[in-house]
Design a protein around this ligand. Structure first.
Ligand SMILES: [Zn+2]
Length: 410
């Protein structure tokens, strides 16, 4: 979220594995603004960002038909494959056409088409019957921009297709339909907020956990499409504005206050008791950090590690999550944000800050609860509620209290 927007979103639970999240739930989106951070996965990794005020949204955010997703950048050329490949310039005129395969290269601020023609700085490309960029199938238009010798690849995805595709990466297939529907609304709300406050003039969101994971439309299961269809156009609002629909994998019994993670109190993102995520595979977890790994982490955090290395939690949030960690060795001691420590140790190892650290024979035993920053919607909790009979509206009301759901297709 850019700022205010979203800080949010997600976490992915799975990234990969449904069921047992192999990846960390991170939060997507924070604002680019710098911040202090703290929590586990701040909105955007790397930046801790504070969510700011509620984001203002366009009058009809549900009218957002497309979202621009940055798929890749950093290379000077990309290969497109498809049947018939057509490219239009910003003036709407057909600029080039090719069959089968074509290479686009950035030459300064212009795009070179297949090693020969030099075109403008932006091309909108479509393939018939399909188009692949690298090995990724893209749906709808794909925009290519040349910027200082680098090619930016931006999917211009239909919003609802994007919601289904993100769900397929953020939620396990085996989740109850109402849990998926609740998450679909959260994903859409995040996207709508992002579209109202783009990350870059050329794109609204990136395709990674910094926002929400989008990996194209390949293999998106029917259940995810149905969750998007069933909630088509619905978004979460707080006092009329788009809510920051942050979510995470598993809270471990109690969600976290946004203020403890991002430094800003958000009325609908305050700690809630949650007994519904007990079936999560990471409701309780343990990680043993070896001596060598402890030294690596300490060194990475600026404390030269010796035999007397100590790692301890020195501060906690009201929900019991670690907020400060002290690392000391050889007379050097550093206290840092627990989130910084967790990131250095590995978010998939130290899955949450709801943890205890116990030194055991030269190693450290971490025992914890849940996965992710813990703010907002608990995905496994949502699934537990749905299995008990709760509908998606009830689930959203529980994790985002005081908000309302609006929008929807006529
Ligand atoms: Zn929970």
């Amino acid at each position: 979220m850019r700022l205010p927007l979203l800080f949010a979103a997600g976490v992915l639970l799975l990234s990969g594995c449904a069921g047992a999240p192999s990846r960390e739930p991170a939060v997507p989106g924070p604002p680019p603004a710098p911040p202090p951070s703290t929590g586990s996965a701040p909105t955007r990794p790397g930046v801790t960002a504070p969510p700011g005020a509620v984001v203002a949204s366009p009058p009809d955010v549900t009218g957002t038909r497309f979202i621009r997703v940055l798929l890749s950048r950093g290379t000077s050329e990309v290969v497109l494959e498809g049947g018939t490949i057509r490219a239009w310039g910003t003036d709407g005129r057909l600029a080039a056409e090719a069959a089968g395969r074509v290479t686009l290269a950035a030459v300064g601020e212009r795009i070179r088409w297949d090693g020969s023609r030099l075109l403008g700085d932006t091309l909108d490309v479509a393939g018939a019957p399909d188009l692949r960029v690298g090995n990724r199938e893209v749906v709808g238009r794909t925009r290519f921009l040349a910027r200082k010798g680098e090619v930016l690849v931006v999917a211009v995805a239909p919003l609802e297709a994007y919601v289904a595709a993100v769900l397929s990466r953020e939620a396990p297939l085996r989740f109850h339909p109402d849990a998926l529907a609740a998450l679909a609304v959260a994903v859409r709300t995040y996207a709508a907020g992002a579209a109202a406050r783009p990350r870059d003039p050329a794109y609204d969101v990136v395709a990674t956990v910094e926002d929400q994971v989008y990996d194209g439309m390949d293999g998106v299961a029917q259940s995810f499409r149905e969750a998007a269809d069933r909630t088509r156009g619905l978004v979460v609002r707080y006092r009329g504005e788009l809510a920051r629909t942050v979510y995470h994998s598993t809270c471990g019994g109690r969600t976290e206050d946004a203020v403890s993670v991002w430094g800003t109190d958000i009325p609908y993102l305050r700690a809630q008791l949650c007994v519904d995520c007990a079936e999560s595979p990471v409701y309780r977890w343990e990680y043993r950090m070896s001596e060598a790994e402890g030294r690596r982490v300490a060194n990475a955090l600026g404390v030269p590690a010796g035999k007397d290395l100590r790692i301890a939690v020195t501060g906690r949030t009201p929900t019991g999550r670690a907020s400060r960690v002290r690392i000391s060795s050889g007379g050097v001691s550093r206290e840092l944000q627990a989130a910084e420590f967790r990131k250095a140790a590995g978010d998939a190892r130290v899955r949450s800050l709801k943890m205890e650290i116990v030194p055991v024979a030269g190693e450290w035993r971490f025992t914890g609860e849940g996965w992710g920053h813990g703010v907002g919607l608990c995905q496994f909790g949502a699934n537990g509620m749905a299995r008990r009979g709760a509908g998606f509206r009830e689930i959203l009301a529980r994790y985002y209290p005081g908000t309302e759901i609006s929008g929807g297709s006529p």
